[in-house]
Design a protein around this ligand. Structure first.
Ligand SMILES: Nc1nc2c(ncn2[C@@H]2O[C@H](COP(=O)(O)OP(=O)(O)O)[C@@H](O)[C@H]2O)c(=O)[nH]1
Ligand SMILES: [Mg+2]
Length: 295
């Protein structure tokens, strides 16, 4: 057996396109995606088979500077992923300044091998892509390669996967070759509900909101899910519910459709809203929601 297998961390600034890329590579919507930055809070594994080789991608929160406690937890998650993998994919939107990459190089203290992915190239001309590649060439001794990517057009999944496996060790698959993620279903449901909150509620509120899955019950042809949306101020509760409960109905419907798409089953989703005063602002509150701040 000479098949390959390894961990590949996907890193880059918030909004670089990390979670979208992984959903596209695995061919299923598993990770939450948002046009707003800093939606992804924890690492999660997304598993892609490329012929006999197994790639365990690790989706990460964005690399960013921050004072906020929750964001510091998120940054820590990303840094752990950088230090602990066989290969890094560093994602940089093609229009980004090269400074994001320079600051990543400083954070990559173990000099883990990495490939640069220039993302969202559908936004610019070919000449602009070429000019940006030239800029990065100053660092050509640092990276293993540069791949321009658009998940909307031009790029094929194999353009990325075939290059990635070249850099993985010979190793039998670490996970069942049929599974797409090591995440528990209830954690994926939670992320879908969070994504719907990011899509439907404006301003800072999504950043101060979390979701607890209270119950998942499989009835014959139906999943019954009960979940609580946690906010940190009572005024936010009103915003999540909305006039005549319109906002929460929209959140619930959007999340339900995503859940049904993934499971292929009907879903009945019941949402509650609860206030947990200032939960993002202290370590205890964060810990209770699964963000264990250890620094
Ligand atoms: N035009 C374009 N937009 C993209 C592409 N990939 C991702 N996006 C958008 O970029 C935004 C951020 O994506 P997301 O995957 O959440 O970024 P993350 O924060 O790095 O995980 C979303 O609005 C995506 O739809 C791409 O190839 N082309
Ligand atoms: Mg993300």
């Amino acid at each position: 057996m000479s098949s390959k297998c390894g961990y590949v961390s996907v890193v880059g600034r918030p909004n670089a396109g990390k979670s979208s890329l992984l959903n596209w590579l695995v061919g299923e919507k598993i990770a939450m995606v948002s046009h707003k930055a800093n939606a992804t809070r924890k690492r999660s594994n997304i598993i892609v088979m490329n012929k006999d080789d197994q790639i365990v991608f690790v989706d990460t929160p964005g690399l960013h500077e921050t004072e906020k406690l929750l964001n510091q937890f998120m940054l820590e998650e990303a840094l752990k992923a950088i230090g602990d993998c066989d290969l890094i994919l560093f994602l940089a939107p093609v229009t980004d300044k090269i400074t994001h990459y320079e600051s990543f190089l400083e954070k990559n203290t173990k000099n883990t091998k990495h490939i640069l992915l220039l993302t969202k190239i559908d936004n610019v001309s070919n000449n602009e892509v070429l000019a940006k590649i030239k800029e990065y060439e100053d660092y050509s001794d640092k990276y293993e390669g540069i791949i321009p990517v658009s998940i909307l057009k031009q790029t094929k999944q194999s353009d990325i996967l075939d290059v990635v496996v070249q850099h993985l060790p010979v190793h039998p698959p670490l996970y069942d070759t049929e599974i797409l993620t090591t995440e528990h279903m209830r954690d994926i449901f939670k992320e879908f509900i969070r994504e719907s909150i990011f899509d439907n509620i404006s301003d800072e509120i999504p950043y101060e909101t979390d979701v607890l899955i209270n119950k998942v019950e499989e009835k014959n042809d139906l999943d019954v899910i009960k979940a609580t949306i946690i906010v940190q101020k009572s005024t936010q509760k009103g915003m999540i519910i909305g006039k005549g409960a319109t906002a929460i109905k929209r959140i619930g419907k959007d999340a339900r459709l995503k859940i049904e798409e993934l499971t292929g089953r009907k879903c009945y989703l019941e949402l509650f809203v609860s206030v947990k005063k200032g939960w993002t602002k202290n370590k205890q509150g964060l810990k209770e929601l699964g963000y264990d701040v250890t620094f």
